[in-house]
Design a protein around this ligand. Structure first.
Ligand SMILES: [Zn+2]
Length: 258
């Protein structure tokens, strides 16, 4: 497909829910496929939307389990396929991402995991703030405000702009990443009155305020924690953003109108 297509694979916040894995998004354009985050359970559902080895690269926003833990599941699939180990694909992430892929295979197996046999399954690349290309996509990464190093992303292709908050508290970097974005995929982990410590997560209302200030065309709330009331999440966001607003669901497809 020529134009960009975004499929929400997982939108559950903090841990998987009954209807969705944790964070994962599939971006496709011009035959290229990029995964953003691979949280708990995502590597399974991702197979409904792309061939198991059809992913060209992965970006990991941060190293909390609900955003990266299925990298390990993907390592196992890439290592032990009956057709032989798969060549490495780029995995962009914060410092330490390689250390989160440590499957416990038993004594004497470290050389398989760390690739010292020349059979690495992933080519790890450390994220820094700035812009770079991955296949057909232009990515801009910037640090957002969360207890561990975390990157939000802006992804552009053919004039269409997606912004993804990753996990963050209130953030000027998020405003820049989302400036005039066609769609802002923004975390909404909290409801009004819940824990709103700075530099942790956003309430739905704060997410909506970021979308409004950034001039985003459409807001899709994600990282929805399973114990939160979805209707209340939507209502609290609607009070601060007047544009098209919805809640992410696993399988939701976003992209430029054809
Ligand atoms: Zn997190």
């Amino acid at each position: 497909m020529a134009r960009m297509r975004v499929t929400v694979i997982g939108c559950a916040g903090s841990f998987p829910g009954p209807d969705s894995p944790a964070s994962c998004y599939l971006l496709e354009a011009e035959g290229g496929r990029l995964g953003i985050d691979v949280g708990n359970g995502a590597r399974g559902v991702l197979q409904r939307h792309a061939e198991l080895f059809g992913i060209d690269a992965i970006c990991v926003s941060h190293l909390h389990a609900d955003h990266c833990t299925d990298l390990e599941a993907y390592w196992v699939a890439r290592q032990f396929t009956p057709d032989g180990p798969r060549p490495p694909i780029p995995v962009y992430g914060p410092r330490g991402t390689a250390g989160r892929v440590r499957p416990e295979l038993g004594p004497g197996s470290d050389h398989i995991v760390d690739g010292s046999d020349g059979q690495r399954r992933f080519d790890f690349r450390e994220l820094e703030p700035g812009s770079f290309g991955i296949g057909p996509f232009l990515i801009t990464a910037d640090r957002v405000n969360h207890p561990v190093e975390t990157f939000g992303f802006r992804v552009q292709h053919d004039g269409w702009r997606l912004a993804y908050s990753a996990d963050t508290g209130e953030s000027d970097a998020l405003l820049r990443l989302a400036a005039d974005a066609d769609v802002l995929l923004c975390e909404a982990s909290f409801l009004d009155g819940q824990d709103t410590r700075p530099d942790l997560h956003l309430t739905a209302r704060q997410a909506a305020a970021h979308a409004a200030r950034a001039g985003a065309g459409q807001l899709v709330l994600t990282h929805l924690v399973p114990w939160n009331d979805r209707d209340r999440t939507l209502a609290e966001a609607a009070a601060a953003f007047g544009g098209p607003l919805s809640l992410a669901t696993s399988g939701l497809v976003l992209g430029p109108a054809s």
